[in-house]
Design a protein around this ligand. Sequence first.
Ligand SMILES: Nc1ncnc2c1ncn2[C@@H]1O[C@H](COP(=O)(O)OP(=O)(O)OP(=O)(O)O)[C@@H](O)[C@H]1O
Length: 275
Amino acid sequence: MITVKQLHYCINDRPILNNINHVFERGQFYALAGPNGSGKSTLLKCLCGIERHHTGEVWLNGQPLAEYAHRDRARMQTYVPQQSHAGFDFSARQFVMMGRYPYQGTFAAVTAADRELCHRTMSLTDTLHLAEQSVLTLSGGEYQRVVIARALMQQTPLIYLDEPFSQLDLFHQSAMLHLFRELCVTQGTTVVCVLHDFNQILAYADRVVLLSNGAIVAHGEPYQTLTPKVIEQVYRVKTRWASTGADALPGLLPAMPVTDTIGALEKQAEAVGAK
Ligand SMILES: Nc1ncnc2c1ncn2[C@@H]1O[C@H](COP(=O)(O)OP(=O)(O)OP(=O)(O)O)[C@@H](O)[C@H]1O
C-alpha cells in the first residue's frame, strides 16, 4: 500500500534519514520504534507528505504521493502529530467534526450522518462527556483523545500516529490500542504508529520497524525482531523476557541492574566535547 524507495533526508547537510526502503502492507498495525532522535517523526512526516524536502520516493496505492490532490490525500490518510495546540476556542464536538472537512463542500452543512458518526467516534474515544467543553480547557490526555477522535472522523484507510498515547492513562492507552487494532482487523485499515513501549508493540503490532541513526536496522514480527540482543545494540539497555501469566506471551523487562547509563552518558559527553 505504501512504498518507500531510497528515501534520504538531510538538514543542514546532517543526514536525518538514510536510504529508507520499506513497504507498508494494507490492514497491518506497524509500530515505528527507535531511540530519541533516530528519525521516527521525520519519517512519518515524509510518509504522509508534510515533509517534502527529501530525495527518493513515497508511493501510495501505486501512485506517487505527490500526485494526489490535497482533498484526495485527506480522504486516504490521516496524521496525528506528536504535539499540537488547539489554537481556537472550539467546543470538543466542533473540533472533532472538523475531521469531516475532506468530505464537505465549501458551504455544505453538517449532515445527520456526520452527527451520528461524531457521536459514535466520541463515544469510542471516551470524549462524549467533553463535547460542549472548550478544547482550550481540556486536560492533556482529554485533548489527545479529542485529536484522535478528529482523525478517526476522516475515516481513512491509512492512519499515521506519532506517540498518540503519551499523555493517556493506562485504561485509555489500552482502549485506544484496542480500537486501532480493531480497525486493522475489521476494516483493513493500515496503522503506522510511533511507540516507545516494547510491551505495547509486542501486544498490538503486527510488524515493527526499528530505526537507529536515521536508518532501518531491523523490521518484522515484534517477537522475532525486538530481541534483548537487538534492543541492547540499539538502545544500550539490557532487557530480558519475563513470563506474564500461564497463557500469556512473555513480555520484556529491563534487566536489573540497568546498565551503567550514567557512565555511558558521561562517555558520550566527552566524545562530543572532543569534537
Ligand atoms: N528543523 C530541524 N533542525 C535541526 N535538526 C532537526 C530538525 N528537525 C529534526 N531534527 C533532528 O532530526 C533528528 C530526528 O528527529 P525526529 O523528531 O525525527 O526523531 P524521533 O525519532 O521522532 O525522536 P523522539 O523519540 O525524541 O520523538 C533529531 O536529532 C532532531 O534533533
